[in-house]
Ligand binder design. Structure first.
Ligand SMILES: [Cu+2]
Length: 138
């Protein structure tokens, strides 16, 4: 009779372990699922006229993990530089150019204009940024 006690305990432990493993899996799926649902795909139309963006379009706020699409139009050709993410994009005059990225890094990131023909890194940033992207933690 005493011999049966450790055997029962052993069975009890074996039953508990898979149940907690199942709960861990369920929690993992809920976490992964909600993160995927919360991340949004956001499109912003930004119009540049004579090298300036209207005040209402200058600050772009998104959340960490969002897929951000900036649809640029400009009356003159530009080279844009999104700092931090270090994305450079050539914008042709009169056509829509999409600058897309996933907002994996949080913080405040300015978009500057690079002079035509200037190599990356060989530019000055004394001018105010064309626009600013703020990525908030999720
Ligand atoms: Cu720059």
């Amino acid at each position: 009779m005493f011999n049966q006690i450790p055997v029962d305990k052993g069975r009890g432990r074996r039953r508990v372990a898979p149940r907690s493993a199942r709960w861990a899996l369920v929690l993992l799926l809920i976490t992964a699922g909600s993160a995927a649902v919360l991340a949004a795909e956001l499109t912003f139309d930004i119009k540049v006229e004579r090298g300036r963006v209207p005040d209402t379009m200058r600050l772009i706020r998104v959340n960490e993990g969002d897929i951000v699409k900036l649809r640029w139009t400009s009356d003159q050709p530009l080279i844009l530089h999104l700092h931090g993410y270090d994305i450079e994009k050539r914008i042709a005059a009169g056509a829509v150019t999409v600058l897309a990225f996933t907002a994996y890094a949080t913080g405040r990131f300015p978009i500057h204009v690079h002079a035509q023909g200037t190599a990356v890194g060989g530019h000055a940033h004394e001018d105010a940024p064309l626009a600013i992207i703020e990525v908030y933690p999720r």
